[in-house]
Design a protein around this ligand. Structure first.
Ligand code: TYD
Ligand code: MG
Length: 455
């Protein structure tokens, strides 16, 4: 096979050189050159019409046949859910997460599950663990291993060659950062290697209709290229987002061409692998025996289902010149904005105060319905007064101090009623004519109205 040429491109100025050096010869920046594979031949031409070859042509809408997409279910409900209802044949899924969070475990379970549904044979390519480690895990988990095919290899050309021979219906690459291709000189794990290897695998998967899972480690040091560089190439991007220390593991569909983005899959890590959580909407709620200041229950909606979560705030006198704003599971800039709105429109100052905010359970809340609960938690901690008991809260807050409605209000209220909540503080725009169950709905329009509901 002819070696594709590679060249080095400066990330700052875009200048190209044939050889790597520490400093870009064009702009003088340091450590900005990275390797790129060049197409084998490049010609400039006047007209492209002579260049048309092969079967591709332009279609009108009625010529396009809509293939019924038959999805394959793995039998792991929460996993099928984040995929958008099962695996679409020929789709490419990137699964990212911190080392040790459970990526290999989940995919091994999914592989055997899918094999049971006829997506077989499935080939598990491991570049990190030995074959006996993988088999050991499969046995420990009690997985049906009859149809399982394994390969320990890190050279891309070898992997693709064997895959062509084996023709699996499902291919798992664990992990894409351990692969390398002969066509590039740079070390495995770098941006160029990871991208090129992934691109070749994606091309193979699309050509043959093979389902492809790529495992990518999220790296904090940046010595390995993170999965982010691959997000645009794949159909679906799944990330583990909880802490390794938590018993629960949350998988979020960050992008999905075949389903709802932001869908969450909730699992518990047990000694027999990842198990689905049976009552996912309320697993993170703590039942407090006494009223607690600084704690609010919110109904958020991630993906297609509501989720009850507790948001806790602690506001305390600061000893620092610039008080701290620390968030776990919430966007710090959003908190800063909400604190400013509280000051400006409700006259509540948090100057000179450290504010700590925690969404319990390691869930990252990304929707604006969390604004009102966050503000209430902060207020409640600041005033040291607990909120009314058995109350849920949701709602967006605007810069003018107005409380705005959020999507799917009724569904959120139904979920709260189902879990025995008695009151809901919601935006007036979300207040239904008839509240579901026995829940009492308190509708508010402006942020300052919320003060009346702290006790
Ligand atoms: P693993 O899937 O190897 O993580 P990753 O591939 O993302 O690096 O999971 C490793 C962790 O999961 C490890 O800390 C042990 C734990 N674990 C269990 O608790 N129970 C199990 O049944 C398995 C297989 C792993
Ligand atoms: Mg692993």
């Amino acid at each position: 096979m002819a070696q594709a040429k590679s060249s080095y491109v400066c990330q700052s100025c875009g200048g190209q050189t044939a050889k790597w050096s520490g400093q870009c010869p064009a702009c003088g920046d340091w450590n900005t050159l990275s390797e790129f594979a060049m197409p084998a031949k490049g010609r400039s031409r006047q007209s492209w019409s002579g260049a048309v070859s092969g079967e591709s042509k332009v279609h009108s809408p009625d010529e396009v046949s809509l293939e019924a997409q038959t999805r394959a279910q793995s039998g792991i409900g929460e996993f099928d859910r984040v995929l958008g209802g099962g695996l679409v044949p020929g789709s490419v899924v990137l699964l990212g997460g911190d080392p040790g969070i459970g990526k290999s475990t989940l995919l091994l379970q999914a592989l055997t599950g899918l094999a049971g549904q006829g997506v077989a044979p499935g080939l598990y390519v491991t570049g990190e663990e030995s074959l006996s480690q993988v088999m050991g895990r499969a046995q420990r988990l009690g997985l049906p291993i009859e149809g399982l095919r394994l390969l320990a290899e890190t050279r891309l050309e070898q992997v693709l060659g064997l895959v062509e021979r084996e023709q699996p219906k499902l291919l798992i690459i664990d992990s894409v950062q351990t692969l390398y291709t002969d066509t590039l000189e740079s070390a495995p794990g770098g941006v160029a290697q990871v991208r090129e290897c992934a691109a070749q695998l994606v091309r193979y998967a699309k050509r043959t209709g093979t389902g492809l899972f790529l495992v990518g480690h999220v790296t904090k040091e940046g010595s390995l290229a993170g999965p982010r560089v691959l997000e645009h190439m794949v159909d679906t991007v799944l990330y583990f987002e909880s802490e390794e220390t938590s018993r629960y593991r949350i998988v979020r569909a960050v992008k999905n061409r075949f389903g709802t983005a932001n869908e969450l899959g909730l699992f518990a890590m047990t000694e027999r692998g990842l198990r689905e959580v049976s009552n996912p909407s309320a697993i993170f709620l703590t039942r407090h025996d006494q009223d607690v200041a600084g704690s609010t229950v919110m109904v958020t909606r991630e993906g297609t289902r509501p989720l009850l979560l507790e948001v806790q705030a602690l506001v305390d006198d600061s000893t620092l010149a610039t008080p701290r704003r620390v968030c776990v599971g919430f966007e710090p800039n959003r908190l800063a904005m909400l604190l400013a709105v509280m000051h400006r429109h409700a006259g509540v100052s948090s100057h000179g105060q450290d504010v700590f905010l925690n969404v319990v359970g390691g869930v990252r809340v990304s929707e604006t319905g969390a604004d009102l609960p966050v503000v209430l938690s902060v207020l409640s901690s600041l005033k040291d007064g607990p909120l009314l008991r058995r109350t849920v809260v949701f709602g967006e807050i605007g810069l003018g101090g107005e409380v705005r409605p959020v999507p799917n209000g009724e569904e959120r209220l139904r979920e709260a009623a189902k879990h025995g909540f008695e009151r809901a503080i919601v935006p007036a725009g979300n207040a239904p004519r008839k509240a579901p169950g026995d829940i009492q709905v308190i509708a508010i329009n402006k942020l300052d109205e919320v003060f009346n509901h702290l006790h």
